[in-house]
Each structure stands twice: as C-alpha cells, then as structure tokens.
Design a protein around this ligand. Sequence first.
Ligand SMILES: [Zn+2]
Ligand SMILES: [Zn+2]
Ligand SMILES: [Zn+2]
Length: 255
Amino acid sequence: MNFTFLGTGTSHGIPMIGCSCGVCRSTNPKNKRRRCSLYVVAAGKHLIFDTPPDFREQVLTYGVARVDAVFITHPHADHIFGFDDVRRFSTLQEQHIPVYGSPETIAKMHRKFDYVDKGYNFESVPRVRFTEQTEPVFVGDARITPLPVSHGPDSIYGFLIEAEGKRLAYIPDCNGIPPETLALMKTPDAVILDGLRPSPHPTHFTTDQCAEQLKKIGAKQSFITHITHNWDHRELQTYLGDAVTVPWDGLHIEL
Ligand SMILES: [Zn+2]
Ligand SMILES: [Zn+2]
Ligand SMILES: [Zn+2]
C-alpha cells in the first residue's frame, strides 16, 4: 500500500488570502498547504479521500492515475467543493465511480451536487454512485472501514484502509475519538490525524491534543494534518520531535 498527501492545510489553505504573516509569505514549498485530501493505492485500487476545492490542481500536480472509489469524511466546503472534477475520471474510465460516506454526508452530497443525479450527457457531470456506508466495504481486495469521530457537534468519519497486510487510519477533522473507534483502529501501521493549531478550537484537536492522541493510538508511523498558518513546517517538526512526522503536500509514503 502507498499513499500521497494531496493536501495538508486547514480550510483556508496556506497562504491564507490577505495574510502577510511569516508562514504565508514563506518561500519554503513545505509551507504551501492545499486543503486536505489523501490519495491511497491499496491492493492495486486507487482511492481518494475527500475532494477539496484544490482537487483538480492536486490531481494534475501529483499525477493521480485513476480513481476507483471516492470516500468523503464529511460535507464541509473544504472537503468536497472540488468534487465536480471526478467527472474526468468517470469519462476516462467509462464507468460510474462509487462515492462513499455516512448517510448524513451522502444526503448532503445529493443536495449540494443535485445536478449529478440528472441525466446530462456522459462528459458533463461526474458519473458516480452515491452510496451510504455504515459498515466496511471492499474496493477490490482493499477493505475500508468507517471510523466515527467527533468534529464539534457532528459525528463524522475517518477511514481505516486495510490491504496487503497493512493498515492506515486517516482522520483529517476531529476533536474526539470514541473508545469504539480506537478499538477499530487497533495498532495501525500509519495514522494521520487532525492537529489544527496550538490554541483551542471547538471542532479540531490542538497540536498538543493531536500528539497525545497519536501516542495513545501508537501506530508505527504518525502524521499530523489540517495545519494552519500558525505553524512553520520546520518549527512544528522540531516541536513534535521524532514521534510525529509533519507532512507536506506531495509527501509519498510506502507502507
Ligand atoms: Zn476540514
Ligand atoms: Zn498567515
Ligand atoms: Zn470539517
């Protein structure tokens, strides 16, 4: 299994519009963060987790080859508003692409992308099968299990991806992990978790809360994501030490 971070930034992205702080003005490419998305190749299947507003540019920059299934963690704008560009893949692959999410997420996808359900010609809209997911699903031999977590007042999904004897947990937006979800994860080979910024936020883990949760999960490799302009890449990596890797857009990991 391998995965590529297509985006590691918070909802604003970095640089943030109209900000002239040191991180937003930084020339270090690791300080340029698109909105969160993950590209996983598992058992030969190409899986996308969230389609943020930057999705088209992320696909072009990091060479997403095809898309066998899309998983949506939750329907916040920073996670879904690049969804229309899935249509290039349904056109190229001449097939309907399954799109999985919780029943609440799928209901909102139908509303926000109502034109997708209408019968325009094949190249005009994404050809997808919106599918409510409450149990593990298989895409080929890759098994994807929903990981319910708190995101402020909402219960949303992270996902556990299992293939070829490897296990990866992806939880980009979260401020609470219930014990049942921790139990589902067991000890993954890699985990990627929301760690927004140093100061408290009503719907996201802080940097310290994220580090604490990552320690509790005890994966072989731990990553923080959904990062704000409050952190310079190098300073955050120094702050977190060896236990947690601070990713950047385009980081590719082989498990
Ligand atoms: Zn988000
Ligand atoms: Zn800034
Ligand atoms: Zn969110």
